[in-house]
Design a protein around this ligand. Structure first.
Ligand code: CUO
Length: 694
């Protein structure tokens, strides 16, 4: 096992040549001279002696190298955009080549060969997808993407200060470089009030990781995961719902969907990120920019706004006629259970789209159109903006306007299928009596939020600087850990149930209680898990740290060399994950200083219906820390119900409010989220081990 972790050193300082030492333990790769790039081949003998490591990793020379000409079409210094079909096809080819390596040694050797030739962003992306999916590497823990490319996650001013610190000060005495909290704008722009959410490092890491686990292009056995089209819809629906809760917490109206692609877009964004590769800044978008037709030869990308509109109309047609037309020209019904999955793949679109020629690529090309709004025909040789990369897209206010629009189309479909009947919602003889939320020192049914600071290691991503740790210190939202206490009465025999916990704001922008038709789209999932109910009264407690949507803070910001629990320890189990998951510190919205009124909703549904038979596809590590948003590795989605159940559909006839929606196996509790504008010292705790499934 240990030698397999050596492949992870390829993520270190991705633009430094392979023969420079990696890691803090001075690892050097014994690179066959033939593997060096043309620039360094003449220096081969000198290089071996100049950069000896304490530990040498032997690299077997392959008899032949597969044809890399297609992925090599993208230059080392270009930007790489996952939403660009040309780029993503090149990455898919590279993934296919690396997946085909017969042994781990072959994979390592091939990766070493590719590393200094292929565009670094593409290489890191492709290798990450491969490591997460290959049976012989998927137990490995990928380094945090924010450590590999910190420039994609924080203010560019950090890096010159970090270089100065690491050049002048010895490793043990270096002080963390603080990222200013208001670096992209100030409150003259109302949108800035929620920049702490949009620019949260953990949230952006989650989004990068989600798209890594669910690539839309690549070998079919990687792309074709259980319900991936539906999860595309649901995970992004939840992002919009969470953003809206954040906006309402800050006295902002809910995000307006971007449905007019001809009108100027009032929201601006000036990212202030460092583009290290092309050595260019990331292009900003001034207020009132307008979309145009895209024609950029260099990215092999050409489409009109009219194309987007045509695809949109065809998708609406499919929704209202109840069927899509597949690529063979046949009608395929959009069913109550699978329709959403089919639509998710069409809309994104992934290579699973039933007819990409007809329905196009509404979501991906929408990202592209927005990301080239400043230079649609490349006359200024400008790169895409943050909307062009899943790593950075969530920083931009327009991301949420666009995804609110995409979500609206999915909701249009959900309105065409039957609403849940009382029978679909209830659980015979089971009733929830009450729920309460508690935390030490905090009034009952309140959740306390505040600011906290954490450090992220930069040295793995700071190419060509002296070795040794240097940290960036960032400020993020946090909440006091709390516990749910749920009382359930089971008047039947012992049986399995699924607890579903959601939260939504109680009042709309005008201060009026939400009608359920609106509020259902604002419910954010906080947790979902199955449990065994004994006969009679069941008193259940559940910690927020065990949420099925989040991963622990330590996992989001992991450092490979430090904090790693001993391989055999219990704590190692929680490091066994794919890194996908909403950051724990962002589980609940910020709230406000008066106590932001929310409604906590708990449901227990019938476990014998929810249970997925034989969910494991090929065994092995499951990586299920955040299954609600990320699924389970190598297994089917662990819940037979529609994602978002019971709020994924408009309520049944006659139900206008949440109260009227309730069946005895549900309960609602008013709670408040109270924010205090103070910094609370970080509580150091070990990664939380989730309880075993009952
Ligand atoms: Cu994740 Cu639009 O899909 O960003």
């Amino acid at each position: 096992m240990t030698e397999k972790t050596n492949i992870l050193y390829l993520f270190d300082r991705p633009t430094e040549p392979i023969f420079l030492n990696k890691g803090e333990g001075n690892i050097s790769f014994d690179v066959p001279p033939e593997y060096l790039t043309e620039r360094y081949k003449p220096l081969a003998s000198d290089l071996q002696t100049r950069f000896p490591g304490d530990v040498t990793v032997p690299i077997t020379k392959l008899k032949s190298i597969p044809d890399l000409s297609y992925p090599l079409e993208l230059s080392r210094s270009s930007s790489f955009s996952l939403f660009n079909p040309y780029h993503s096809k090149m990455a898919a080819k590279l993934i296919e080549i690396l997946m085909a390596a017969k042994t781990f040694d072959e994979l390592l050797s091939l990766s070493v060969y590719c590393r200094d030739r292929i565009n670094p962003y593409m290489f890191i992306y492709a290798l990450s997808v491969v490591i997460v999916h290959r049976p012989d590497t998927r137990h490995l823990t990928l380094p945090s993407h924010a450590q590999i490319f910190p420039n994609l996650y924080m203010d560019s001013s950090v890096f010159s200060r970090a270089r100065e610190e690491s050049t002048i000060v010895q490793p043990g005495s270096r002080i963390p470089i603080e990222i200013p909290s208001d670096y992209t704008a100030n409150n003259l722009d109302p949108e800035h009030k929620v920049s702490y959410f949009r620019e949260d490092i953990g949230i952006n890491l989650h989004h990068w990781h989600w798209h890594l686990v669910y690539p839309w292009d690549g070998p079919l056995n990687i792309v074709n995961k259980d319900r991936r089209g539906e999860l595309f819809y649901y995970m992004h629906q939840q992002i919009v719902a969470r953003y809206n809760a954040e906006r309402l917490s800050n006295d902002l109206n809910r995000v307006k969907k971007l449905n007019n692609w001809r009108a100027p877009i009032p929201e601006a964004y000036f990212p202030k990120l460092d583009g290290t590769l092309a050595n260019r800044v990331w292009p900003p978008r001034p207020a009132n920019s307008t979309l145009s037709d895209i024609n950029r030869e260099i990215e092999q990308m050409s489409f009109d706004i009219e194309d987007l509109e045509r695809w949109r109309d065809r998708i609406f047609n499919a929704i209202h006629s109840g069927y899509i037309i597949n690529s063979a020209g046949e009608q395929v019904r959009l069913t109550e259970t699978d329709g959403i999955d089919v639509l998710g793949n069409i809309m994104e679109s992934s290579v699973l789209s039933a007819n990409i020629a007809y329905y196009g690529s509404l979501h991906n090309f929408g990202h592209d159109a927005l990301s080239y709004i400043h230079d649609p025909d490349n006359r200024y040789n400008e790169n895409y903006s943050v909307m062009g990369d899943p790593t950075t897209a969530m920083r931009d206010p327009v991301f949420y306007r666009f995804h609110a629009y995409i979500d609206d189309i999915f909701q249009e479909f959900k309105a065409t299928i039957p609403a849940y009947s009382v029978q679909n919602l209830s659980f015979d003889n089971v009733q929830i009596d009450s729920v309460e939320v508690s935390a030490p020192g905090i009034p009952r049914n309140e959740i306390a939020t505040f600011w906290q600071q954490s450090d992220v290691e930069l040295s793995r991503g700071l190419d060509f600087t002296p070795r040794g740790s240097v940290f960036a210190r960032f400020t993020h939202l946090q909440h006091a850990p709390y516990t749910y206490k749920i009382i359930i009465e089971n008047n039947g025999n012992q049986r399995m149930g699924t607890i579903r916990i959601f939260l939504a704001p109680k009042f709309d922008e005008r201060g009026l209680p939400f009608v359920l038709r609106e509020q259902r789209r604002l419910f954010i999932e906080l947790d979902k898990y199955s449990l065994s109910l004994k006969r009679g009264r069941n008193e259940i407690t559940r910690r927020c740290l065990h949420s099925s949507v989040t991963i622990p803070h330590e996992v989001t910001y992991r450092n490979l060399d430090k904090n790693r629990p001993a391989a055999s320890s219990e704590a190692a189990a929680s490091f066994n994950f794919c890194g996908c998951g909403w950051p724990q510190n962002m589980l609940v919205p910020k709230g406000n200083s008066d106590g932001f009124p929310c409604q906590l909703f708990i449901m227990i549904s019938n476990g014998s219906i929810d249970q997925v038979e034989d969910s494991s596809i090929d065994g092995g590590e499951t990586c299920d820390n955040a299954s609600s948003y990320c699924g389970i590795r190598n297994a089917r989605f662990p819940d037979t119900r529609a994602m978002g159940y019971p709020f994924d559909r408009p309520p049944r006839e006659g139900v206008a409010t949440l109260q009227q929606f309730l069946t005895p196996n549900m309960v609602v509790q008013d709670i408040k989220i109270r924010f205090s504008n103070r910094f609370v010292q970080k509580i150091q705790h070990q990664p939380v081990i989730k309880p075993a499934k009952s």
